[in-house]
Design a protein around this ligand. Structure first.
Ligand SMILES: Nc1ncnc2c1ncn2[C@@H]1O[C@H](COP(=O)(O)OP(=O)(O)OP(=O)(O)O)[C@@H](O)[C@H]1O
Length: 260
């Protein structure tokens, strides 16, 4: 069963950077992109800077309008109405590269992580503390950080807080847009391992986006290669390395030091 089906997605911008709705496209940021993500699996989207990765991510959560195409979430076509957005905001969460930018610097960890819970559920303060502590535990953090502010943490710890917040509403799909790109290698590995453990425990699906094929291949069951707004190749992670079809994919594979 697929948690997400993206069908012939087109996103365009005009010369001023305004999204176009069903008008003559001036500039395709994403062109005819189709892919699916199975429940509990990871789909990796890899591509160089400007290939359209973030545009795909943003269009899925309603941050950027689509010119044409279909997004089907859990078997239901998203019509992108206000009601749709309320529903998908609960089930689809996003983690950005810049955790510092996505965490409110004026709020304590407990308020940051409990914010989505408070928006959807009625809980006492004690219940919130318990829930937030549980979420922190999933990313290897203790409840002694509850009353600290984002600037008091390292980049890796901030990203773990962002992941804990993304998990708060038991989402079905997490979009991770370059989640470890600004972190050093060992911190990156730690975060990726937490994400894998969380996936096993909660049966969450991931759309894992990165310019780095080695990171994507570590995480993903299936990989799509995005080039100049088009999905030029898509295969299981194993098969992609065994028999890449496109020259660009071959170049990406060759650029990974340990493989070749
Ligand atoms: N607001 C905008 N206005 C105009 N063009 C845009 C806008 N946002 C993105 N684009 C263009 O759309 C294309 C895809 O950009 P996008 O940010 O999705 O790529 P990306 O693969 O995520 O790149 P990066 O890894 O550098 O973030 C690029 O050509 C970019 O210049």
């Amino acid at each position: 069963m697929n948690v997400l089906d993206v069908k012939k997605l087109n996103v365009t911008y005009d010369q001023k950077g305004i999204h176009l709705f069903k008008q003559t496209p001036v500039n395709y940021a994403v062109s005819n992109v189709s892919f699916s993500i199975e429940k509990g699996k990871t789909y990796g989207l890899v591509g160089e800077s400007g290939s359209g990765k973030s545009t795909v991510a943003h269009s899925l959560i309603g941050l950027c309008p689509i010119a044409s195409g279909e997004i089907v979430f859990n078997g239901q076509k998203l019509n992108r109405t206000r009601q749709d957005c309320v529903e998908i905001n609960k089930d689809i969460q996003i983690i950005f590269q810049d955790a510092y930018g996505s965490l409110n610097p004026k709020k304590k960890v407990i308020d940051i992580i409990s914010e989505p819970i408070v928006n959807y559920e009625t809980k006492t303060f004690d219940q919130l503390v318990e829930r937030v502590s549980e979420l922190l535990e999933k990313v290897g953090m203790r409840d002694d950080v509850l009353y600290r502010y984002p600037h008091e943490f390292s980049g890796g710890e901030r990203q773990r807080i962002a992941i804990a917040r993304a998990l708060a509403l038991n989402p079905k799909l997490i979009i991770a847009d370059e989640p470890t790109s600004s972190l050093d290698t060992s911190t990156q590995a730690r975060i990726l391992n937490y994400m894998k453990m969380i996936q096993q425990e909660m049966n969450i699906s991931y759309l894992f986006i990165s310019h780095d094929l080695s990171v994507v291949s570590y995480m993903a069951d299936h990989i799509g290669v995005l080039y100049d707004g088009q999905l030029i190749e898509e295969q299981s992670a194993h098969q992609l390395f065994k028999s890449p079809k496109h020259d660009y994919t071959k170049t990406l594979i060759k650029s990974i030091p340990s493989i070749d």
